[in-house]
Design a protein around this ligand. Structure first.
Ligand code: HEC
Length: 164
């Protein structure tokens, strides 16, 4: 009996030893963790082509919008200062809702700019805030009913350009 257990121990030992001493699998070299968000691609702001938005509409853009929407880091890559607004808006796809133009000449309902001003942008499938962020709407507000009427009429009339 003693002999048997000794034999068993001897027979099992190498297996046990091997089991015990086997190194754990080396960790495979890990890929560096993928960044959770790719670096924001710099979106080109369309070059001005000499056509400009005129009158009340540009006055609104100057007063209520170009603080954020101008310069190389313009919000939403949309520059609304007098030099850039026309090229940035008219016949340009919205970044937020690429199926819609920002200004579709003759088509206020198909113009995302107007939806962003009226607050109907979510209903049409867009996102983000009503513009101007932090603004007020209504008589005496940053965007008055007259301002909205001026933008709507401009678009309805085919978004005519002024020249500089
Ligand atoms: C305080 C800064 C700020 C002001 C003021 C502001 N915007 Fe914006 N705008 C943003 C930011 C940020 C975004 C993107 C996030 C969002 O839509 O909420 C944006 C997005 C937009 C978009 C969507 C662009 C696209 O391609 O889809 C439009 C259109 C727009 N703004 C128009 C305006 C107009 C018109 C005004 C003035 C009446 C205005 N904004 C005032 C910061 C501002």
């Amino acid at each position: 009996m003693r002999r048997l257990s000794l034999l068993l121990t001897l027979a099992l030992c190498p297996a046990l030893l091997a089991g015990c001493s086997a190194d754990p699998e080396p960790e495979p070299d890990r890929e560096p963790a993928a960044p959770t968000r790719p670096a924001e691609a710099a979106e080109p702001i369309p070059e001005p082509d000499g056509q400009v938005v005129v009158g009340e509409v540009q006055a609104l853009l100057d007063n209520a919008c170009s603080g954020c929407h101008s310069g190389p880091r313009a919000s939403a890559a949309l520059a609304l200062d007098a030099r850039h607004a026309y090229a940035g808006l008219v016949d340009r796809k919205s970044h937020q809702l690429p199926s819609m133009l920002l200004v579709a000449p003759g088509e206020p309902k198909l113009s995302y700019l107007l939806h962003k001003l009226e607050g109907s942008h979510i209903q049409v499938g867009g996102h983000g805030k009503r513009m101007p962020i932090g603004g007020t709407w209504g008589p005496g507000g940053d965007v008055s009913p007259d301002d909205l009427a001026a933008v709507r009429a401009w678009i309805k009339n085919g978004a005519p350009a002024g020249l500089r």
